[in-house]
Write a protein that binds this ligand. Structure first.
Ligand code: 4GY
Length: 441
């Protein structure tokens, strides 16, 4: 594999590629690296490669002609893929590195100063790559990054021991933690499983560590990762399947801020039940201290559930008071504490209780979470999550003590902010559980 680097500072390139696996690969002739400076294509006595920008402004721009000449001298043999290193390029990923290694020849073009004349990009660049969201003083370090990442995938560069096969098994995940001697470093000893001699158990532990680290540190990567069936056994159950929604009718506030008990509405029962089913939540709890209202809610829910031909069998309306009650999609309770007690009994661990409020300032700052923060946090703990939605003008502040997290409010950007509870609930569920991130229609 051949790398050609266009740079006005060639002395930055070669010395960085003499040691390690890349150095050995060069010595073995598995990869070659050449450099060429645009300065070789100037004819004035100062060998000028920059000029001031049209339109004014600070700094200098790389002149097009010397750059174009250097690129075209290098790019022909064999025909090259021409890459510009720039913060404005497509972020480099391991997936792209695996594609680049299939090409016989890369020309890596390094800008300096404020940048290069745009027409060079139009005429002589095939792809713009960024190695990260920061600004270097030139593209050379970016070119070295590309050479290093690509070279180690060239067959024969890495030894058998550090196999690329092993890496593709963990593609899209962060690495599991590594340990070597001594067994005890002060009071820190190596995890016992690694000295157990049980290779299958070690492999599962490492996989679980990689999954957990990725979920915790890189939720963006984790969202795009497709766990296998075996992976799922190592992970807590999907958050939606252990998330409970509670529609709270007491204690809530009215328009004047007074604590009241609101009345049931048909729409809230129906719409939030549909959202609960759509997003795969465990259950929807209608919370009111008024017995007749609970009966009415159960009746409305039963009629609706009976109508749902496609609803899963365990989601059928239960005979009231039966054991099946615990599995019902729509449940009723006289208070939030009753729901908390039920979930504690059902899961063997108390739920993480999450409040929603248009005024989260009344909750401790440490408890406030954005939907993605809550998702990252709750995905790692295996127990149930209970999300409280307030009817009327919202949950009463007196609930602060029952709530351990509060979600940032939904804001539309206008002065008026009073979504219906079923709209707010649906938007919230979508923010937490939508499955369309990055997926084509
Ligand atoms: N980030 N990823 C990067 C960079 C320096 C001004 C254009 C980066 O790849 N390259 O910061 N490059 C700039 C400096 C001219 C290149």
């Amino acid at each position: 594999m051949k790398f050609s680097v266009v740079t006005i500072l060639p002395e930055l390139i070669a010395p960085a590629l003499t040691a390690g696996v890349v150095g050995r690969a060069r010595e073995a002739g598995v990869i070659t690296v050449e450099t060429l400076s645009p300065r070789e294509f100037t004819s004035d006595k100062h060998r000028t490669v920059d000029d001031s920008p049209y339109g004014g402004g600070p700094g200098m721009v790389m002149k097009p002609e010397p750059l174009l000449a250097a690129i075209s001298q290098l790019a022909g043999d064999p025909p090259a893929h021409r890459i510009l290193l720039t913060p404005g390029g497509t972020p480099l990923t391991q997936a792209r590195v695996r594609e680049l290694v299939t090409l016989p020849h890369l020309v890596l073009v390094c800008g300096r100063y404020e940048g290069i004349d745009e027409r060079v990009i139009e005429l002589a660049i095939d792809e713009e790559i960024s190695i990260g969201d920061y600004v270097l003083s030139g593209g050379e370090l970016g070119a070295l990054v590309v050479i290093d990442a690509v070279s180690r995938l060239v067959p024969g560069v890495l030894g058998e021991a550090t196999s690329v096969d092993d890496e593709s098994h963990s593609a899209g995940l962060l690495e599991y933690p590594q340990y070597t001697r001594p067994h005890a470093l002060g009071d820190r000893t190596v995890p016992a499983i690694l000295t157990s001699g049980n290779h299958a158990a070690i492999a599962s532990w490492r996989r679980a560590q990689a999954l957990e680290r990725t979920a915790q540190r890189r939720p963006d990567l984790f969202a795009r990762f497709h766990p296998t069936a075996a992976d799922r056994k190592l992970m807590p159950p999907p958050l939606a399947s252990r998330t409970h929604l509670a529609l709270v009718h007491h204690p809530v506030v009215d328009r004047t801020g007074k604590i009241v008990t609101s009345s049931l509405t048909n729409f809230d029962i129906h719409d939030l039940a549909r959202s609960t089913l759509t997003y795969g939540l465990a259950a929807y709890h209608i919370v009111t201290p008024i017995t007749s209202q609970r009966e009415k809610a159960q009746h409305i829910a039963s009629l609706w559930l009976e109508d749902q031909a496609g609803a899963p069998p365990t989601r059928k309306p239960p005979a009231s008071g039966s054991r099946a009650h615990a599995l019902a999609l729509v449940r009723t309770a006289d208070s939030i504490d009753t729901v908390i007690d039920e979930l504690t009994a059902e899961y063997g661990v108390a739920p993480l209780v999450v409040g929603t409020s248009a005024r989260p300032e009344s909750f401790p700052a440490a408890a406030r979470r954005s939907p993605s923060e809550l998702l990252a946090e709750a995905s790692l703990i295996p127990g149930p999550v209970l999300i409280l939605l307030g009817t009327g003008w919202g949950l009463a502040d007196s609930l602060i003590h029952s709530v351990s997290r509060v979600l940032t409010p939904i804001e539309g950007g206008s002065d008026w902010n009073h979504l219906s509870v079923r709209s707010a609930g649906a938007i919230l569920l979508d923010r937490l559980f939508d499955r369309c991130v990055g997926r084509p229609a």
